[in-house]
Design a protein around this ligand. Structure first.
Ligand SMILES: [Zn+2]
Length: 135
């Protein structure tokens, strides 16, 4: 049985399903991503759950009035979804999905729309050495 994370915002399920579907159109990992379920939850930070192919994105990262979302037309949320998905794909491929390492960033750069990749640099400055470019 798939265990759901706590504090899910069910009324926003359609929004994250749509974000995942968006990423689906442009990645070599489509078959795997179809098995993944994402949730928007009232949590401090996102997390991927490799045991059951689920992940959570915090509600604050979704909010349309979050400044980075407002400026990027929802792009920060898409970036966040791509980040957590990259952990699940990295785990599937390399069995060490929780590291922010070279393999992780290869996947991230393939699935995250280019115009939103720079958000990663706010989170991990080290991402620059793996090829994440500034805006
Ligand atoms: Zn991460």
């Amino acid at each position: 049985m798939t265990r759901k994370p706590n504090n899910i915002q069910p009324h926003l399920q359609e929004r994250i399903d749509k974000a995942i579907a968006n990423i689906l159109t442009s990645t070599p990992y489509n078959e795997f991503i179809k098995e993944v379920k994402g949730y928007i939850a009232d949590v401090v930070r996102g997390k991927s759950h490799t045991k059951n192919n689920t992940f959570t994105v915090p509600y604050w990262a979704y909010k349309p009035d979050y400044p980075k979302n407002r400026k990027s037309n929802g792009g920060y949320f898409i970036y966040y979804v791509a980040h957590e998905l990259s952990h699940l794909i990295a785990y599937k491929k390399f069995k060490h999905g929780s590291n922010h390492n070279f393999e992780f960033y290869q996947i991230f750069m393939e699935i995250c729309p280019k115009e939103y990749q720079h958000f990663e640099l706010n989170y991990k400055k080290t991402a620059a050495k793996y090829g994440i470019a500034k805006k």
